[in-house]
Design a protein around this ligand. Structure first.
Ligand SMILES: Cc1cc2nc3c(=O)[nH]c(=O)nc-3n(C[C@H](O)[C@H](O)[C@H](O)COP(=O)(O)OP(=O)(O)OC[C@H]3O[C@@H](n4cnc5c(N)ncnc54)[C@H](O)[C@@H]3O)c2cc1C
Length: 331
C-alpha cells in the first residue's frame, strides 16, 4: 500500500510516524462508503459515524469531517474493522486523543479509527506494565501510582493516549516514554499481528522506527518499585512545571521540536512572534511554542501562522524550525 501523500497536506517531520494509509488506486466512489459503514455496524459492535467533524476529536478543536469515524468495541472488532476497511480500499488513520495533530479543514477521506474502546488492557506482571493503546496517559499514571511502580512520572500533564504517546515517543524534561518501552504489539494494515522488541524500534527525540502504518494495540513497559508518596510527589512537581503552558486553551502542545541550539519557544519569542495572530490562531502570549485556537481558527490559519513563525525565526536566528505537531488530512 502506498502512503497516499496527497492526503497529507503539510510536509512535517513527523509525517513518517502517521498511522495513515490512503490507497488512492483502490479508493471507492463516495456512494459505496455507506456500504462499508453498514458492513462494520452489522459485523461488529463498533460505533460508526459518517462525516464526523474531526474538530470534535482534536485538542485544537480544528479539523474537517472524516468520511467514517469508527470506534471498535474490542480488539476482535478492530481486526474485523481493519479487514472491511481494506476490502473497501478506504484510507485509514488511527487517532489517539488527537492532542498532537492538526487536521486539515477538508477533513480525512477514508476511515479514522479510534482505539479508546478496543485496547483497554492495563495490568502488571511484577515490574512490567502492559498498557493498551486506548488507555489515556493519565489512566496509566494513576495505575502505576496505585501499583507503586515508578519511572513514568515525567509524563504527568501530557494529554493523549498510550498509543499516541508510543507512536510519537512523547516525553518531557529530558525523558521519553521510549526509555521505558520493552516491546510493542499491533497490526499492520493487512490485519496481521506484529510484535516488536525495543531493539527494533530505535527511539529518538519524538520519533521511533515503526513499520509504515503500524496500528499499535499495546505496549510493555519496564518500571521499578517505588513508594506511592514519592511517585505522587514527583508527578506534582512535573505538573507544576507546566504552569507556564496554556494548558487550558485549545492547542496541540509544542508546535516545533527544540533545536539543539536553544528551546524553540525562546527562539520564537526572540523573533518577536509571541502573540502573533492569523485570524483565530495565535502564538500563545504565555508560551511561544504553543499556537492556540482562540475560538474559530481554521487549519489554514494555523498553517499560515506556522509559516510566518518559521520565516521570522529563520531571519532572526538562522534556525530552521522542525514541526513537532503532525499535519493530516485534506487542506
Ligand atoms: C497542552 C498539551 C501539552 C502537551 N505536552 C506534551 C509534552 O510535554 N510532550 C510531548 O511529547 N507531547 C506533548 N503534547 C502532545 C501530545 O499530547 C502527545 O504527543 C501525545 O502523546 C499524543 O497522543 P494522542 O493520543 O493525542 O495522539 P494523536 O494526536 O491522536 O496522534 C498522534 C500520532 O500518533 C498516531 N497514533 C495515535 N494512536 C496510534 C496507534 N494506536 N497506533 C499507531 N499510531 C497511532 C496518529 O495517527 C498520529 O500520527 C502536548 C499536547 C498538549 C495539548
Amino acid at each position: 500500500m502506498s502512503t497516499g501523500s496527497g492526503s497529507i497536506f503539510c510536509p512535517c517531520s513527523r509525517s513518517e510516524n502517521e498511522a495513515v494509509v490512503n490507497d488512492r488506486q483502490h479508493s471507492l466512489e463516495d456512494k459505496n462508503r455507506p456500504g462499508a459503514a453498514d458492513r462494520i455496524s452489522g459485523a461488529t459492535g463498533s460505533t460508526v459515524l459518517k462525516d464526523e467533524p474531526l474538530s470534535r476529536h482534536t485538542s485544537f478543536g480544528i479539523g474537517g469531517p472524516a468520511d467514517l469515524y469508527i470506534r471498535p468495541a474490542s480488539e476482535k472488532d478492530l481486526a474485523v474493522v481493519l479487514g472491511i476497511i481494506r476490502q473497501y480500499g478506504m484510507g485509514l488513520m488511527v487517532i489517539g486523543r488527537g492532542t498532537n495533530i492538526l487536521v486539515g479543514d477538508g477533513g480525512f477521506r477514508g476511515a479514522v479509527v479510534d482505539l479508546r474502546g478496543a485496547c483497554r488492557r492495563l495490568e502488571h506482571q511484577g515490574e512490567k506494565v502492559i498498557a493498551g493503546a486506548g488507555v489515556t496517559v493519565s489512566e496509566l499514571l494513576d495505575y502505576c501510582l496505585s501499583q507503586e511502580l515508578g519511572g513514568l512520572e515525567f509524563m504527568a500533564g501530557i494529554p493523549g493516549s498510550v498509543g499516541g504517546a508510543v507512536r510519537v515517543n512523547a516525553g518531557a524534561w529530558g525523558s521519553a516514554v521510549g526509555d521505558r518501552i520493552e516491546a510493542v504489539r499491533g497490526y499492520d494494515p493487512a490485519g496481521r499481528g506484529v510484535d516488536m522488541e525495543r531493539s527494533e524500534l530505535q527511539f529518538s527525540y519524538r520519533q521511533a522506527r515503526f513499520p509504515d502504518h503500524l496500528i499499535i494495540t499495546e505496549v510493555r513497559l519496564s518500571l521499578q518499585p517505588e513508594k506511592a508518596g514519592a511517585i505522587a510527589g514527583k508527578m506534582d512537581d512535573y505538573r507544576r512545571r507546566r504552569r507556564h503552558q496554556p494548558i487550558d486553551q485549545k492547542s496541540a502542545g509544542s508546535v516545533f521540536k527544540n533545536p539543539s541550539s536553544a528551546p524553540a519557544g525562546r527562539l520564537i519569542e526572540a523573533a518577536g512572534c509571541k502573540g502573533l495572530r492569523v485570524d483565530g490562531a495565535q502564538v500563545s502570549p504565555q508560551h511561544a511554542n504553543f499556537i492556540i485556537n482562540l475560538g474559530e481558527a481554521t487549519a489554514a490559519a494555523v498553517r499560515e501562522l506556522i509559516d510566518q513563525v518559521r520565516l521570522k525565526v529563520r531571519e532572526d536566528s538562522g534556525v530552521e524550525l522542525e514541526m513537532e505537531i503532525i499535519c493530516v488530512g485534506e487542506e
